[in-house]
Structure formats: structure tokens, C-alpha cells
Write a protein that binds this ligand. Structure first.
Ligand code: CA
Ligand code: CA
Length: 453
């Protein structure tokens, strides 16, 4: 890897340091971010000259048609029949397709009465297909009591599309609203007048989306394995695919647990809790940041502020060393895999060494422990400037069907889970279909501690 990357990696990125502005600008913002993200774990660095897949329509490629039928089986089929979708077929579902390695190739359409949709004039290639039909509260009211937590049908698959036509069936399943969910993640990265980027204003907000009190004690907040989110010649997507696309769970080396002995930290239905990287008033550093001094919890690193009124999260995974993790967990710069899970005994988790990482040891959070997942990537406009294409999947579709392309760190906003319904007493039920692209939107400003309408 080039001397360029070496210089970037050796540039400290701590608040209070002032890396050369000319160096930063010469690289371009997101290229820099990518390199820094890679440097966090000293992942094999990326050849800046490697082209992204920029296949274009030059008039010589034979085009293909893709027909998608959305089907349901078993109890999910019975539920669908209660909302007008007879015969194991899902009508009025939004089907979205995206060609692998081609940012900006998203298309979507709605299924007809036969549960079918057709896309014309596609470039051949591998396509990610996702399906969602969000139910209305009136539709959910027709379900039996044990299925009152269903709020959508969704599904996903990948398929190779070739001329002249390809047909496929996507199985959709009922999505349930869950219990403790991620309601907001904010990853602001303002450039301060003093000449550096400030990254400690991050927070995650969780929400009790169920009807009963939840105890946070021991539950874990995890940064999933994201260093392989983008492919390059030195670190192709295939290399990390077995860990990224593991149907059994989500791999991580950064695991943070709530303190408490079992019943110390109750969270009532409809209530939020905020975990800040630093529980301080960040407006002191930039007016667009948030006052997180009343956050209930904070992450703690080796060179950190410690607000005594915010309980400290416990580090169960890799200890934070130096570099950019000096203030505790950091949710990421370019791509995001954030996982919420039941308490885990790290010593009993499945371990593995993931190749091409300086810190290869990772643990697997098993699927049955996972409560909620958010996967996200930059907005399409920013994605178009990132020279390294995202890999097909950041996690297996068992956990999240499609990432939300919403990240823009300069906007200082929050990636927020959408409201599905509001109960007569005002309590909000949030949308959870296990499809980040459906469930989350970016909103300015961030709203730590409350759910906006
Ligand atoms: Ca901290
Ligand atoms: Ca909020």
C-alpha cells in the first residue's frame, strides 16, 4: 500500500490535534474516511486506483427482463389472506432491485393482483431483490391476538439476471415489531473551525416497542463487522463473505454491555434510553451538535471524559486501545452495522479469526440473541463519490434485508426509525420489518431522548 495511506494512518485523529488541512483536502473527504476506517483495524488498505464497477449502457449489451412473484406460506399466508392477499400471493408489495456493484441502480415497483412485478431492460448481472408491504394499523387489527405484533410482510433474495428473461419467486414472511429496538443512531462528523473533525457526538437511542417493561441490564450494543463492507483488489468482498453473510449470527469484536445486576435499569413501554459516546453538551464544540449531558449511559475509553450521572457501559469485547477509539465505542464512519442483543457470555461465543485484519479475532453474536439490527451506508449522492463499491450484504438477510442508504455525516442528523402507529394513549409503535431501508430515515436535527412524529 502506498506511502499515502501510511501518512494518513499515522495522522492522529483526536480532538485537540490538528492534522494538515491540505493533506485532508487533497484526499477528498470520503476517500479519507475509507482509509481511516480501514486504519482503525489496519485492514489491508485499498489501492486508490482500483476502479469501481461502472458498467454503463453502451448500446451493445443485450437487456433482460426480470419477473418477481412474491409468495407466502403457512401461517403467514393465512395472515395475508385476512388483508386481501389470497392464495399465498402478496399483492401491493413494493419490490426493490439493485444491481450488485452499481450504486444508483435502485428501481422499485408494486406487485399486481397476481403478486407479480416486472422490470424491463435490465443490464445482466446479479441483483439484490427486496420486498416490503407495510400493513396499516387497521389491517393489523384483523389479525388474531398472537399476531398483533406483525406490522409488515417482507422478504429478500439475490438472483443472477440474464437475457432475455429471468423469473423468480421471493418468499415473504411476517415482520414483527420486536421488543427493545434501535430508534435512532446519530453519527455527526462536523469540521471544527479549529481545523479537525469532531467525532465524539455520536449516540444511539433505544426504545421499548413492546407492551411490557424491559430490563436493560446486561443487554449488549455491538458494532458488527464492517471492515469488510467494501471490496478492493487487496480485500475482495468474497474474502469476508462467509462472516458478513453468516446465517447463524453477526460477527463483531466490539461488544458493550449495559451495567446492572438484572433489574437495575427498567425501561417502560414507549420509553427511550440514550447511550452517548460522551455524555456531555457537544454544542460547546459545534452548534449543530446535541446536548447529551443527560444521556442515561455512556461508552468509556482509555482517554475519556466520565460524566458521573451517566452510567458507564461495560466493555465485553476487544478493549479499546488508542487511535480513534479513545472515547469508547464508535459506530463507524462510512458504513454501519449496529446490533442490539440479549446478554451474552463472551467466553462461550463462537470465535474465529477473520483474514486480512490486524486485529483478526472476532466473536459471533448468535441469531437467537439478536434483538434488532441497523445496517446503513452513505446516501446515493455520496456513494457515487466513494471509489470502493459496497459488498452485496453487510449481514445475512435473516437479520436485515437491505441497508438504508442514508448516511451523510456532515448533516449532523439522526438515522431514525419510522413510526408505524400511535396508540390512543399517545404511545408510539415503531416500524420494524427487519429491512433498514424501509424502517429508517435520516432526519435533521437528531432527537436524542424522544421520538418525533
Ligand atoms: Ca466516552
Ligand atoms: Ca430520537
Amino acid at each position: 500500500m502506498s506511502a499515502l495511506a501510511g501518512r494518513v494512518c499515522s495522522t492522529p485523529r483526536l480532538a485537540g490535534t490538528r492534522p494538515s488541512r491540505s493533506l485532508l483536502y487533497s484526499l477528498g473527504g470520503y476517500l479519507l474516511l475509507l482509509l481511516l476506517a480501514a486504519c482503525e483495524h489496519a485492514t489491508t488498505l485499498i489501492d486508490p486506483t482500483a476502479p469501481a464497477d461502472t458498467t454503463v449502457d453502451d448500446g451493445t449489451v443485450q437487456k433482460a427482463t426480470l419477473t418477481v412473484t412474491v409468495a407466502l406460506t403457512g401461517n403467514d399466508s393465512l395472515l395475508a389472506s385476512l388483508v386481501g392477499c389470497e392464495g399465498g400471493i402478496l399483492r401491493d408489495a413494493e419490490v426493490t432491485i439493485e444491481r450488485s456493484g452499481t450504486p444508483g441502480s435502485l428501481q422499485s415497483a408494486t406487485t399486481d393482483a397476481a403478486g407479480r412485478v416486472r422490470f424491463e431492460r435490465l443490464l445482466p448481472g446479479t441483483y439484490a431483490v427486496s420486498v416490503i408491504r407495510v400493513l396499516t394499523p387497521d389491517e393489523v387489527a384483523q389479525f388474531p391476538g398472537e399476531d398483533a405484533d406483525v406490522n409488515a410482510f417482507g422478504g429478500a433474495a439475490r438472483i443472477g439476471v440474464s437475457p432475455p428473461s429471468t423469473e423468480m419467486v421471493v418468499q415473504a414472511v411476517a415482520g414483527r415489531r420486536g421488543s427493545l429496538v434501535i430508534s435512532e443512531l446519530s453519527l455527526p462528523l462536523p469540521w471544527l473551525p479549529a481545523g479537525y473533525e469532531y467525532r465524539y457526538g455520536q449516540f444511539i437511542e433505544l426504545y421499548n416497542n413492546s407492551d411490557t417493561t424491559i430490563y436493560l441490564d446486561g443487554k449488549v450494543v455491538v458494532r458488527g463487522f464492517i471492515n469488510g463492507a467494501r471490496g478492493s483488489a487487496a480485500s475482495p468482498c468474497d474474502l469476508h463473505e462467509p462472516w458478513q453473510n453468516d446465517p447463524e449470527g453477526i460477527w463483531t469484536d466490539l461488544i458493550e454491555a449495559f451495567p446492572g445486576s438484572g433489574h437495575t435499569y427498567p425501561l417502560a413501554p414507549g420509553k427511550t434510553v440514550v447511550v452517548a459516546v460522551d455524555a456531555i453538551d457537544h454544542r460547546e464544540f459545534h452548534p449543530g451538535l446535541q446536548d447529551l449531558s443527560r444521556a442515561e449511559f455512556e461508552f468509556i475509553g482509555p482517554a475519556d471524559v466520565d460524566n458521573p450521572s451517566a452510567a458507564n457501559m461495560r466493555t465485553l469485547g476487544k478493549e479499546f486501545g488508542g487511535g480513534i477509539l479513545t472515547h469508547g465505542l464508535d459506530f463507524g464512519l462510512v458504513d454501519v452495522v449496529t446490533v442490539l442483543a440479549e446478554p451474552v457470555d463472551v467466553d462461550s461465543l463462537t470465535r474465529d479469526n477473520i483474514p486480512a485484519l490486524l486485529s483478526p479475532e472476532h466473536w459471533r453474536i448468535p441469531g437467537e440473541k439478536i434483538l434488532d439490527v441497523l445496517t446503513a451506508s452513505p446516501t446515493p449522492a455520496i456513494e457515487a463519490t466513494v471509489p470502493y463499491p459496497p459488498c452485496a450484504r453487510y449481514v445475512h438477510e435473516n437479520f436485515d434485508r437491505q441497508r438504508a442508504a442514508v448516511l451523510d455525516h456532515k448533516k449532523l442528523d439522526g438515522v431514525q426509525r419510522r413510526v408505524f402507529a400511535t396508540l390512543p394513549d399517545g404511545r408510539k409503535i415503531l416500524l420494524r420489518t427487519k429491512t433498514s431501508s424501509t424502517d429508517f430515515v435520516a432526519r435533521y436535527p437528531a432527537t436524542p431522548g424522544f421520538i418525533p412524529d
